[in-house]
Design a binder for this molecule. Sequence first.
Ligand code: SF4
Length: 222
Amino acid sequence: MYQVKEMFYSLQGEGARAGRAAVFCRFSKCNLWNGREKDRATSVCRFCDTDIVGTDGQNGGSFDSAQQLSGAIASLWRRAANESSRARPYVVFTGGEPLLQLDSALLHCMHETGFEVAVETNGTLEAPDGIDWICMSPKSNAKIVLTRCDELKLVYPQEDAPPERFSAFQAEHFFLSPMADPQVRFGDDPVKARNTRKALEYCLSHPQWRLTMQMHKLLGID
Ligand code: SF4
């Protein structure tokens, strides 16, 4: 059984694949926060800006099998993407923490359906073999078990998680994403403006790292 908060077709808003069309499948639940505001201050991850509770979002629900979920994802892609498009179908599993639910059976079904599969994970759980693109976003003192990723995206600044801690990690791309105020979804966010300046200065003095902005928020899309 897979618990999905929401699924939608949009453009990737951040990182090395920014601007690429994908079906986003947001799983419910995370292992670093239960999603309840009253528990935020005592959680390992305290700056989450995503609703990760339940299955009541757009196209969300409980899916009994990998076939059922992969079929729903493929259907979303078919309805949205121009049929003559030569692009390989692309799904991004996100969350919540997707590696709580993404398993070999679902991965196999997505590949059988012709999809390229990406995951956005906090890096604290083992990943099934064969994921095509791993974006890892480490969180404070949470222990990382992944040994490699394609892109490492660090929300910045985080107490106990300075970029230097990750600069030797096995990754192709290194990004800093300015931390936003979790209460501000769109519009003015002075916290983010201040952190953007800090991230920019860090990237200028440490060129291994690149600045990434949440393009989808700037554009006001999902
Ligand atoms: S690890 Fe990611 S999904 Fe989990 S609480 Fe933090 S920001 Fe949210």
